[in-house]
Design a binder for this molecule. Structure first.
Ligand code: NAD
Length: 493
């Protein structure tokens, strides 16, 4: 393949996928979807109307009747086909992700790999969802529980992992016998449209088991309050997660809502220096910082601070920014113009508050792609607790490097700089500090010498404080979310 080969130049108006057919969405309007490296429109996202949402939910509700009755051992055969089909098309799907979201092709390939891990994990559903039985709870009486699917699930996802995040839920939802209506981000709808095409052509799922509706806020509201939707999974920013949690709960749905992040990562003086620097550079700047597990506040303990800062900034300067489809590029553009403006706004705020911008990525210009939404890497120092830039999610290629006197201060800063609790990491060679950090930090995913603490599909995806609304988490926890336990008590005279 040529280095910059794009699967299509233009994806046109993205269709919905309803009842086993691609259909033109009944729409209230259309939003432009971009190639953010070129700053060119490559697709139109229809804003699906309430009627369009209803068609998809009705199709899913009809499909539920038979799909839920199919033995789980047969349902997972479709997952085998899904895995093989996506594998066959992984390169083209990765290229579409890069073209529509902006991340590098290497990151996009990694995204597909992480998406498919969830299919692997969901293949264990026959054993995972086995019921439990106690015989002779009293004479002649046995008691057991079985798990049952609930119906139609709405899956609402963000722009940063347009394929992986739908796969945090979709394989588990359908393997447990539910049916789904997926609403991807309006910013980059092309990758999931392509995955649906692959599903349509090569997986042969019964019509209505998986449906796709495109749109934004209003489409989401019609979906999550629809009378025939049993539950909602959401991943996105905290303000929206809160709205979804409140609105869908009020409408009587089960809700699992993962929000934004502001992850602290601690560097201890005994850390493996080179590996820590390179890990943290990757954590902050890969995907141009648009990752919910990215390092945001880097807390460096003790005398190592100057040496770390110097090496980190030198490393950041070497990052090659450009069109993600170019294999030599390390960091793509921001996914949207609005996202770029948000980062510029936060950099201004940081400067107003007195932090020092020792590496300024605002002026980055690509000669080849002058209209792209690019930013170079930035680094702030002299930021303090209470500042907006240490508290709020910037979601861009900006590192904030803070000095702490000792381990205890680093733990306090980790827990108090920001009201989020998605992830936290520590870099150290000391088992004692590693253990203590893991136990004392209030975050759902903890990394020990890991810059991006991303759990495998076989584990729940944590998240605390403002990073999560609900009880059960994604991935493996979603099996409890997608099923209900029914108790059967039996007496034979
Ligand atoms: P976003 O909140 O803007 O959008 C997410 C989804 O919500 C989209 O499908 C969008 O159409 C919909 N939406 C937006 N506004 C809405 C509203 N008012 N009412 C109903 N629906 C609405 O998020 P984004 O910019 O697409 O993604 C980035 C955010 O997602 C970051 O905050 C990031 O930290 C977070 N994220 C979190 C996790 C996690 O696991 N916790 C994972 C990935 C991304």
């Amino acid at each position: 393949m040529a280095i910059l080969e794009e699967v299509r130049k233009d994806y046109g108006v993205i269709p919905n996928y309803v009842d086993g057919n691609f259909v033109e969405a009944p729409a209230d309007g259309y939003l432009d979807s971009y190639n953010p490296a070129k700053g060119e429109i490559i697709a139109k996202t229809p804003l699906t109307t309430k009627e369009g949402v209803d068609q998809a939910v009705q199709a899913a509700a009809r499909a539920f009747e038979e799909w839920s009755q199919l033995p789980v051992t047969e349902r997972i055969q479709y997952l085998v086909k899904l895995k093989l089909a996506v594998e066959r098309h992984k390169e083209e799907i990765a290229r579409i992700i890069s073209q529509n979201m902006g991340k590098t092709i290497r990151e996009a390939r990694g995204e597909i790999r992480r998406a498919l891990e969830n299919v692997d994990a969901a293949l264990g559903m026959p054993t995972i969802t086995l019921g439990k039985k106690m015989i002779r709870v009293t004479s002649n009486i046995d008691e057991e529980y079985i798990r049952e699917p609930l119906g139609v699930f709405a899956i609402v996802t963000p722009m940063n992992f347009p394929v992986m995040i739908p796969f945090w839920f979709l394989p588990y939802a359908i393997a447990t016998g539910n049916t789904v209506v997926l609403k991807p981000s309006e910013l980059d709808p092309a990758p999931m449209y392509w995955v649906m095409k692959v599903i349509h052509e090569e997986v042969g799922l019964p019509p209505g088991v998986v449906n796709l509706v495109n749109g934004a806020k209003d489409t989401v509201h019609s979906l999550i309050t629809h009378k025939d939707v049993a539950g909602v999974t959401f991943v996105g920013s905290t303000p929206v997660a809160k709205i979804i949690y409140e609105t869908a709960s009020k409408a009587g749905k089960r809700v699992l809502a993962q929000g934004g992040a502001k992850n602290p990562e601690v560097v201890m003086p005994d850390a493996n220096f080179e590996r820590t620097v390179s890990n943290l550079l990757g954590s902050v700047y890969n995907m141009a910082g648009q990752r919910c597990l990215a390092a945001a506040n880097i807390i460096v303990v003790g005398d190592i601070y100057d040496r770390f800062l110097n090496a980190f900034v030198e490393g950041a300067k070497k990052i090659k920014v450009g069109y993600g489809l170019d294999e030599s590029v390390d960091m793509g553009p921001m996914a949207s113009k609005k996202g770029k403006e948000r980062v510029l706004h936060y950099i201004e705020k940081g400067l107003e508050e007195g932090a020092k911008l020792i590496l300024d990525g605002r002026g980055f210009k690509s000669e080849e792609y002058p209209n792209g939404f690019f930013l170079g890497p930035s680094v702030f120092t002299e930021a303090r607790e209470g500042m907006i830039i240490t508290r709020e999610e910037i979601f861009g290629p900006v590192a904030i490097i803070i000095r702490a006197e000792d381990f205890d201060e680093a733990v306090d800063l980790s827990n108090n700089l920001a009201p989020y609790g998605n992830a936290a990491s520590i870099f150290t060679e000391s088992g004692k500090y590693a253990r203590e950090y893991a136990l004392r930090v209030n975050a759902g995913n903890v990394g020990i010498n890991i810059g991006v603490a991303a759990p495998l599909g076989y584990f729940p995806f944590g998240g605390r404080k403002l990073s999560f609304f609900g009880t059960l988490h994604g991935q493996m926890d979603a099996i409890d979310f997608f099923t209900d336990k029914k108790v059967v008590i039996t007496r034979w005279w």
